[in-house]
Write a protein that binds this ligand. Structure first.
Ligand code: 13P
Length: 257
């Protein structure tokens, strides 16, 4: 059974001081997180401060992106080498990066490989658009994104991999997928693709649902056996609402018991 994981993607929110305050709030409530892997993904400029705030609490830290090269003339970019030691996780292939910044499957794949080769655990995001869903292509699109992101990644490397299913139409809209609809893709296209690539070891990969997750719907998502946690956007920007989600996810999955 994979670990129960709840990650907060702060996106481009919080100043340095706000990030410290939010991370401190999460740390103070971390006693409620028994058995749940809690990951905070602040803007890159606040990673080190958030790491320092949560130090010793068990709360982990993740970046929201990286550049696949180790170093060089890539103004504005941050590499896996630089993130190593500052955080343990990195969100890769988020739909906002794919849609707003033109990130391709091939680039996501390079980033996933860079993350693994520098000891970072990638949270690989996949998700279909509303148009793709309505034309019946969701499963095909998701299988394609998972396969492309992991192309050439050896089985020995997938220890630490997390996959997040975030349907584009559910992100920031208040219109979450139904738990059954999410489970159909996660227990279907995602699990099957991972299994075809990695066999039985794929069963240890945590699968997160993301898209308008809140304290009111997390129990229904976590109640699905193929959903092992959540990637939370808006509701991760308040320590108490985020830690309510963590607590409820843990209770529903029986984490730590
Ligand atoms: P919301 O929870 O705000 O819908 O965002 C989800 C998301 O994109 C997390 O990565």
């Amino acid at each position: 059974m994979p670990a129960t994981v709840v990650a907060g993607n702060w996106k481009m929110n919080t100043t340095l001081n706000e990030a410290r305050t939010l991370a401190g709030g999460v740390r103070d409530l971390a006693v409620n997180a028994a058995g749940v892997e809690v990951i905070l993904c602040p803007p890159a400029i606040s990673l080190a401060a958030v790491r320092d705030m949560v130090s010793g609490s068990g709360v982990k830290v993740g970046a929201q992106n990286l550049h696949h090269e180790d170093s060089g003339a890539y103004t504005g970019e941050i590499s896996a080498v630089m993130l190593n030691g500052v955080c343990q996780y990195v969100i890769l292939g988020h739909s906002e990066r794919r849609q707003l910044f033109g990130e391709t499957d091939q680039q996501v794949n390079l980033k996933v490989k860079a993350a693994f080769s520098h000891g970072l655990k990638p949270i690989v995001c996949v998700g279909e658009t509303l148009e793709q869903r309505e034309s019946g292509q969701a499963a095909r699109v998701i299988s394609g994104q998972v396969g492309a992101a992991l192309d050439g990644v050896a089985p020995v490397d997938i220890n630490g991999l997390i996959v997040a299913y975030e349907p584009v139409w559910a992100i920031g809209t208040g219109q979450a997928a139904t738990p059954e609809g999410a489970a159909e893709i996660m227990g279907g296209a995602i699990s099957e693709t991972l299994h075809s690539l990695y066999g039985s070891s794929s069963a240890a990969v945590p699968l997160l649902y993301g898209g308008s997750v809140n304290a009111g719907n997390i129990v229904d998502f976590a109640g699905q056996s193929c959903i092992h946690g959540a990637l939370v956007g808006g509701a991760s920007l308040q320590a108490d609402s985020f830690m309510d989600i963590v607590r409820l996810a843990g209770e529903t999955k029986g984490a730590g018991s």
